[in-house]
Design a binder for this molecule. Sequence first.
Ligand SMILES: Cc1cc2nc3c(=O)[nH]c(=O)nc-3n(C[C@H](O)[C@H](O)[C@H](O)COP(=O)(O)OP(=O)(O)OC[C@H]3O[C@@H](n4cnc5c(N)ncnc54)[C@H](O)[C@@H]3O)c2cc1C
Length: 434
Amino acid sequence: MPDQSAQKSAHDADVLIIGGGPAGSTLAALLAARGKSAVVLEKDRHPRFHIGESLLPFNVPLFERLGVLDEIRRIGMPKFGIEFVSPHHERPSLLEFAGSWHKEQDCAFQVRRSDFDLVLLRNASAKGARVFEECRVTEVAFPTGGGVCATSVDTDGATREWHARFLVDASGRDTFMAGRQNLKQRNKRHASAAIFGHFTSAERLPGRAAGNISIFWFAKGWFWFIPLADGTTSIGAVCRPETFKARESDVTAFLMELIATCPALAARLKNAALTGPATGTGNYSYDCTSMVGDRYLMVGDAAGFIDPVFSTGVYLAMHGAFVAADAVTTSLDQPARAAAALRDYERDCRKKLARFSWFIYRITSPAIRGLFMAPRNYLRVEEAVLALLSGDVDARSPIRSRLLLFKLLYYFGTGFDKLRDALLRPSAALRVRS
Ligand SMILES: Cc1cc2nc3c(=O)[nH]c(=O)nc-3n(C[C@H](O)[C@H](O)[C@H](O)COP(=O)(O)OP(=O)(O)OC[C@H]3O[C@@H](n4cnc5c(N)ncnc54)[C@H](O)[C@@H]3O)c2cc1C
């Protein structure tokens, strides 16, 4: 419960949002535009560093709807596709979004998250949301009489008390509500961790492809290569958490050691220099047993995160905020329908996470690598996979049957490999004799 001795300053709102990242800022802007009073409490002061710099083409319509597209264009590096580089294939594979099912959505952006998150937070404020930075939420309570009250602490130690009708947890990987309610669980199918840094003078792809993301597979996982508009390039290694736990050097030296094991990436970085020490982040694959409750919901990373490989985090956070805006509005305006609206919201979030997760869980498997390195557009399967990589997670999308076909090709490929291994492997009896 909020501390009664705290210095009190009551603030009332329809909706209290914990966190001013992409999820919280998007939701605040949408609710304010609908005439709801929204308060965002953000523990940091923007602009602040955040990882997660590569966006998807399906982000772009969301920027348009928020009215921030011109500003994102100004700060962003245009990204027209994805380059996959594998040590087991002679040539890289370049997939362009223009070749996807949705030809018109041919471009996304790479952004410095400090600039990007600031644009979204300012937009929320411009739309009428009240934003309080350097204000960390420390406690929340749901009184029996209704509503929610929360306590926050400013950087100078002053506490404040807040009252609202509804709470949104958009606290990202801090998972404020899930942590307090014991709802957070490690992803049982996937575990990975990352170390990353920013480089000057990395060699980019030529021409229009200069802003593309590159994914380099290597023995221990994969690297991202994200070119930013200011000339620097974000490089990150994603591996099993055990790989990082076993390291004997510091994080920066270890990143350089890993890069040296990936000749294709090392060649692109031969004239490059780190702009500062590398950073590490531990296993980040988790979800929550529940994403909603009486008078609250979680959105974005606060509800779950799997892996950065397809650059889906910011898109899912913003798209989730659009869906959440309806659930919150229903909860405020039609309380009798609140529980159903929140259940629908959670179902939608889980389905969208699941659409990407099948691919994410298999990203380092040779069969998936083979399909990405030598894509074939039989029956428009490649167009459908590209549409998914662009962010098409719509349940009614025409790409769904083609994705099923892609999965069948995958299972056929892995089944064939297993059969071949079984037939070619000498039997135990033969091994004993030889
Ligand atoms: C290694 C790595 C690489 C990634 N790369 C990509 C990528 O290339 N593309 C992509 O789309 N995604 C990527 N992601 C994922 C992406 O970073 C997140 O999915 C995205 O930031 C989620 O947005 P959000 O608003 O939910 O959370 P966040 O962006 O984390 O925002 C949460 C906000 O809440 C604030 N907060 C937390 N607790 C409190 C509190 N108690 N009180 C007040 N404020 C609080 C935080 O300060 C923060 O500003 C990556 C993730 C990782 C781990």
